[in-house]
Design a protein around this ligand. Sequence first.
Ligand code: FAD
Length: 376
Amino acid sequence: MANSWRRERWDSLRLLTPNWQTRLPGCRYDGVDPDGFMTMAEVIEFVSRYAAVTSAPVRTRTTVVSVRQIDGGYHITTDRGDLRCRTVVLASGACNQPSVPALRAEVPSSIESLSPFDYHNPGQLPQGGVLIVGASATGVQLADEIHRSGRRVTLSVGEHVRLPRTYRGRDVLWWMDASGVWNQRYDEIDDLPRARKLPSPQLVGTPARSTLDLNTLSAAGVELVGRLSAVREGRALFSGGLRNLFALADLKMERLLDTFDEWAVACAREDFSPPERFEPTRVPASSRLGLDLRNGEIRSIVWATGFRPDYSWLDVPVLDHKGNLRHDGGIVDAPGLYAIGLPVLRRRKSTFIHGAEDDAKDVVAHLEAFLARGAR
Ligand SMILES: Cc1cc2nc3c(=O)[nH]c(=O)nc-3n(C[C@H](O)[C@H](O)[C@H](O)COP(=O)(O)OP(=O)(O)OC[C@H]3O[C@@H](n4cnc5c(N)ncnc54)[C@H](O)[C@@H]3O)c2cc1C
């Protein structure tokens, strides 16, 4: 139960979505801190409570090792017996494996290499400098935590999504919800493949509700370098162009804030503070384009380069050449096969906990109609 939250997260992680937003059908946060952010222990308790509230027939400690098509449905093999069913919903998650670039293999063996699944807390890292590759939610959070532990941190920054924690007196994710941005449907998005690949926002859930962006990190002493492009003869090589990268992220944030402001004007509410604009991301006077990985400056690398699903157990030919599931809004390219919980599955909010409810209603409506057709 709540396996990914129990086993695949670092010790200090809290949700970046506020408590009031953490809801599943018939189950919502009812504690004293609706604007706070759940710790992992609280998320595990929340998911376990949901299982109890729904009385769903959950089979814990059971791994599906194969799903294959048979006449009239699917044959499921698990490590605890087999099942046959007419329909299957793939709810196995979007983040089953860290997505680490192949250039990891070129890193000298003297450097300790960790994925976010291996990382628990700074205490496990060898003393000395740490290179963190990737500056989305995971990368900025780990850069902050590891820097605070007294280690020198270099953060390699690629494409990223900048967001302030609060805007006009409210949580930025309140604005995403209220303005309808998070509800935008997959069939209304111009470049859906791109939207599905968008990195997670630079956000952290802390009791102080503070913003954790590149300005915060560089002011604290974290060194920013460009995207890691190669590791050659023991040197990590970084792309230049931080200025452009930062300008793009700033511009996209400004556009999003404009959308919030337009919505606020259109709904004629007067209970918001005035519009805010934030300092552009500061470009370092000079940023290193290379780092010697053999001179002892860097002792460990954390690959905060994203996550991907694992379908190694799915013996149905529904993956494209990149290993992505072929589906239209969760209706997979095989009769009776469905998916839920993937990026922008049916809405921008699809991979978030509170995003499951609306998607599930749509997917289940299709599934019911499929079963009803078969029953006639
Ligand atoms: C570091 C991190 C932080 C996040 N923070 C937030 C946040 O703050 N707020 C938020 O809303 N979302 C957050 N998310 C996204 C979050 O993962 C999803 O919101 C939520 O977990 C999706 O639920 P899910 O059930 O679709 O997938 P998961 O939680 O990944 O659950 C899938 C389950 O399927 C199981 N499974 C996979 N394969 C098999 C198999 N073959 N047989 C049996 N079981 C299998 C997995 O073990 C897992 O238990 C975060 C994700 C990550 C990686």
